[in-house]
Ligand binder design. Structure first.
Ligand SMILES: [Zn+2]
Ligand SMILES: [Zn+2]
Length: 365
C-alpha cells in the first residue's frame, strides 16, 4: 500500500476537500504513476453533485491524467519507469465481450461495463446481472490525486511533442470529439458544425480543422464569436434564425457538445441528406425530435461515448502531429471549487487543468 492524497466530495452537497487514502502496490501487469496534471471535465461536476443519480461517495474525480511512471510491475512491457503517460476515462474492462475484442472498451458489454477511472464500474453490482462485480470494487478514485495504479494496457503514451498539461484534456475531451468524427468519416472539404463552444467545442473545432474540414461553430455567447474566427472557423449565434435558414441542408456532420438538455431540431435541418448529427455532451433526455425531417431526408441523430484505448492513443498522436491541443488554464487544486462554479456558469472556453504539485501543500498540512 502507498499513502496517497487527493481532493474528494463526501456528499452531493459538499465541496471538494483533501482526503488521505491508500493506493494498492502495482500488480505484475500494472504501473504506478506520479500524477503531474489532471484536466477538469464537465462530467466531474455532474458526478460530484450526483446529477446522474449514480455517484458513489466519497467521489474523487479526474479522468484526464498525465504523469510519470514511478513503478512498473514485473510483467510490464509497454511502459518504463520515467515515461510520460496518460490515463483517460477507463482503467479496465471485461476483455471478453465483442466491443472489447474490437478495441472499443468504451462500449464494454460485460456485466459491469468498463471500470471507470473514478466512481467505479459503469454498471454497479446493485443493477448488474446476478449482483456480480467482476472488478471487486464499488468505487475508484480518479486523478485529483498524487498517485494512481493502472493496468499497463489502459495507460497511454504521451507524445514528446505535447506538453503534459496540454495533453491531459485530450484524454477525454479530445477523444470524445475525435471518435465520432472518425466514425462518421469526416474528411477534407466536409462542412462540419460544432454546437457549443466550451472545452469540448474548442477541441472539436481544432480536430475538425486539422482533418481539413470547413467548420461552423454555434454558440449562445456573442463574446465567443471572435474565438471561433481565431480557429479558422465561422462563428454563428444560436439565436440567428436568418443564418439557420441560409445554412439549411449544408452540413456533412454536426457534433453537439452542449453538456445539458437542448433542442437539436434546428440543427437536424442543417444536415444534408443521409448525414448524421452526433450528440456527445448531454446524457439527459432531449426535447422531442421532429422525425419528419429525418424521414424525408434519411438523416440520423446519434450518440457517442469517449473512444477506445487504441483510438485514445490515435488522437494523442494526431494532436501531436498537427500541433493542436486544448486551450488550458493551469490552476492549483485549492481553486477547484471556484473553477467548478465558473464552468457551470458557462464562463470558460478553455479547459482547467490542475497542477498536482499544489497537492504538496496539503501533504505538509
Ligand atoms: Zn470527461
Ligand atoms: Zn467488455
Amino acid at each position: 500500500m502507498t499513502k496517497a492524497i487527493g481532493y474528494a466530495a463526501k456528499h452531493s452537497y459538499s465541496r471538494l476537500k483533501p482526503l488521505a487514502f491508500e493506493r494498492q502496490d502495482p500488480k505484475p501487469n500494472e504501473v504506478e504513476i506520479d500524477i503531474l496534471y489532471c484536466g477538469v471535465c464537465h462530467s466531474d461536476i455532474h458526478q460530484v453533485k450526483n446529477e446522474w443519480s449514480n455517484t458513489v461517495y466519497p467521489c474523487m474525480p479526474g479522468h484526464e491524467i498525465v504523469g510519470r511512471v514511478s513503478r512498473a510491475g514485473s510483467a510490464v512491457t509497454r511502459h518504463a519507469v520515467g515515461d510520460m503517460v496518460g490515463v483517460g476515462c477507463m482503467v479496465d474492462s471485461c476483455h471478453q465481450c465483442e466491443p472489447c475484442h474490437a478495441g472499443e472498451e468504451n462500449y464494454c458489454e460485460g456485466p459491469n461495463g468498463f471500470l471507470a477511472t473514478y466512481n467505479g464500474p459503469m454498471v454497479p453490482a446493485s443493477v448488474a446481472p446476478g449482483g456480480n462485480n467482476i472488478y471487486g470494487t464499488d468505487n475508484t478514485y480518479g486523478g485529483y490525486s498524487n498517485v494512481i495504479v493502472v493496468r499497463e494496457d489502459f495507460v497511454l503514451k504521451i507524445p514528446a511533442a505535447l506538453k503534459p498539461e496540454v495533453a491531459a484534456p485530450i484524454l477525454c475531451a479530445g477523444v470524445t470529439t475525435y471518435s465520432p468524427m472518425r466514425h462518421w468519416g469526416v474528411k477534407a472539404g466536409d462542412h462540419v458544425g460544432i454546437v457549443g463552444f466550451g472545452g469540448l467545442g474548442d477541441m472539436a473545432a481544432k480536430i475538425a480543422r486539422a482533418m481539413g474540414a470547413e467548420v461552423t461553430i454555434f454558440t449562445r455567447t456573442k463574446e465567443k464569436l471572435a474565438g471561433a474566427q481565431r480557429l479558422g472557423a465561422r462563428g454563428m449565434l444560436e439565436s440567428d434564425q436568418e443564418a439557420f435558414k441560409a445554412l439549411k441542408a449544408s452540413f456533412d456532420f454536426i457534433l453537439s457538445t452542449v453538456p445539458e438538455k437542448h433542442d437539436i431540431n434546428p440543427y437536424v435541418q442543417l444536415l444534408k441528406r443521409d448525414r448524421t448529427m452526433a450528440v456527445v455532451g448531454a446524457i439527459e433526455p432531449l426535447p422531442p425530435e421532429n422525425n419528419q425531417e429525418r424521414i424525408m431526408h434519411r438523416k440520423s441523430v446519434a450518440g457517442s461515448l469517449i473512444g477506445g484505448i487504441a483510438e485514445t492513443q490515435e488522437v494523442l498522436d494526431f494532436c501531436a502531429e498537427h500541433g493542436i491541443g486544448p486551450d488550458i488554464q493551469v490552476i492549483p487544486i485549492q481553486e477547484i471549487n471556484d473553477a467548478y462554479r465558473r464552468v457551470e456558469h458557462g464562463e470558460v472556453r478553455f479547459r482547467y487543468v490542475i497542477d498536482m504539485a499544489s497537492l504538496r501543500l496539503e501533504e505538509a498540512a
